[in-house]
Design a binder for this molecule. Structure first.
Ligand code: ZN
Length: 133
C-alpha cells in the first residue's frame, strides 16, 4: 500500500489509485514492467472496493483506448506531415505501429482507470481515506 500525500482526483487518476479511497493501487506493478503491466487487483488492497464493477465491466474501456489511439495517430500524422515534410508512407506505418507498441501499457492502464472513474459509480469517501497510514 502506498500513501499519497495529496488525494486530489487528478493525482489519483495519474497514479492509478482506487476511486473510493484514492490510496490503494489498481495495478500490481508499474506500467514499465512490460510483462506485468496488465496485472490488476480484483479488489482495492486498501478499502476492498471491487474494481470490476460487474462481469465484463472493463470491456467498455476499449472505447477510451480507441479514442487514445486515434488521438495518438492523428498527432503522429500531424508531426510527420508538417514537421518532417510528408515522408514516405512506410514511415507513417512504422511510426504508428512502433508508437502503438511502446504506448500500449499506458493506453491499457489509463483507459481502465478513466473508465472506472467515469462509469464505475464510485464516489470518493474521505472517511476511508483518513485512515491512510
Ligand atoms: Zn480503495
Amino acid at each position: 500500500m502506498s500513501t499519497p500525500t495529496k488525494k486530489s482526483i487528478n493525482n489519483a487518476i495519474i497514479n492509478a489509485k482506487c476511486p473510493q479511497c484514492r490510496a490503494g493501487n489498481m495495478f500490481k506493478h508499474n506500467w514499465w514492467q512490460v510483462t506485468k503491466f496488465a496485472k490488476f487487483y480484483q479488489h482495492c488492497p486498501y478499502c476492498n472496493l471491487r474494481f470490476d464493477r460487474e462481469p465484463g465491466f472493463f470491456h467498455g474501456a476499449m472505447f477510451i483506448s480507441y479514442a487514445m489511439i486515434v488521438a495518438m495517430v492523428t498527432t503522429a500524422w500531424f508531426i510527420l506531415y508538417f514537421v518532417f515534410g510528408n515522408p514516405a508512407m512506410e514511415v507513417y506505418m512504422y511510426t504508428i505501429v512502433l508508437l502503438n507498441i511502446v504506448l500500449l501499457p499506458i493506453f491499457f492502464r489509463y483507459s481502465r482507470v478513466l473508465y472506472l472513474y467515469a462509469f464505475g459509480g464510485v464516489k470518493f469517501n474521505s472517511q476511508i481515506s483518513k485512515h491512510s497510514k
